[in-house]
Design a protein around this ligand. Structure first.
Ligand SMILES: [Zn+2]
Length: 266
């Protein structure tokens, strides 16, 4: 198995995974999506809400705010010594106390104040509710670690997808250099250069085969590379993208080991 990182920034990572079959690639994708824990607001105590938004909707919106997570700092509630009742080892309190004065006021995720500076909204610009003059919110919330398999708000990834690695070939003996394929390709994979069609940035190819349909002489063939996958991962901001991949791989290995131990015990 070989991994090549193609692009990485604060929120996204794109990499090429080679030497694995589709079942493994999909297991890794689903582990990132559903098994990797992250923090989210799970309990909301509304002490005062004079806004037009009713309590349940406000609680729902608070739950969907991605929170930065340090996995080592908190226990999963079901694995904590408190047996999920809630203690400082498995939950973090965030409060919201705000009042609009003489003008309307939009309450943003940045207005939440957290007891733990490491557990804060991943983006401060998420609007929660609009308050009219003199409307007020006093809310206490409890964030916990959870998994995407239980509720999508706990998913640390906004996008996790893979596609087959495209192989685009142009048979020069059949090509009549009409350039129609260049026009039809939305991803600019094909280019007319010195009277021949050449390929560029083939990893961007979406495998739509529009060029194959357009090419009357049948010079273009699109195929995919065996056992190679292009992954695109975008974090919600809860965890850095490289940590998402690393921890998901560890979790997958642990789960495979459980299956192996069971098989060996038979
Ligand atoms: Zn606890």
């Amino acid at each position: 198995m070989e991994i090549t990182i193609l692009h990485k920034d604060e929120r996204k990572v794109n990499f090429l995974l080679e030497g694995v079959d589709v079942a493994f690639a999909n297991a890794l994708r689903r582990t990132m999506l559903t098994r990797l824990p992250s923090m989210a607001i799970d309990e909301v105590l509304i002490l005062e809400n004079t806004s037009v938004m009713y309590d349940e909707m406000l609680a729902h919106r608070l739950g969907l705010v991605p929170l930065t997570t340090v996995l080592e700092d908190y226990n999963l509630p079901e694995e904590c010594d408190c047996e999920g009742k809630g203690c400082s080892l498995c939950q973090c309190t965030l409060t919201l106390e705000i009042e609009a004065e003489d003008d309307d006021k939009i309450v943003y995720s940045r207005d939440l104040s957290s007891q733990d500076p490491k557990v804060v909204p991943a983006s401060g610009d998420i609007p929660l509710v609009k308050l009219a003059p003199r409307q007020r919110l006093i809310i206490e919330t409890y964030a916990k670690l959870g998994k995407g398999v239980d509720n999508a708000k706990f998913q640390p990834v906004a996008t996790v997808s893979y596609k087959y690695v495209p192989l685009v070939t142009v048979d020069k003996s059949k090509c009549d250099q009409c350039g129609d394929c260049v026009e039809v390709c939305a991803k600019n994979i094909l280019k007319l250069e010195d009277d021949t069609i050449v390929t560029q940035n083939t990893l961007d190819c979406s495998l739509c085969e529009a060029c194959v349909e357009e090419c009357e002489s049948g010079a273009i063939t699109i195929d995919t590379k065996k056992n190679s996958f292009l992954f695109k991962i975008e974090s919600t901001g809860a965890l850095p993208p490289e940590e998402i991949v690393e921890k998901a791989a560890e979790l997958l290995m642990e789960r495979i080991q459980v299956a192996l131990d069971f098989a060996n015990s038979l």
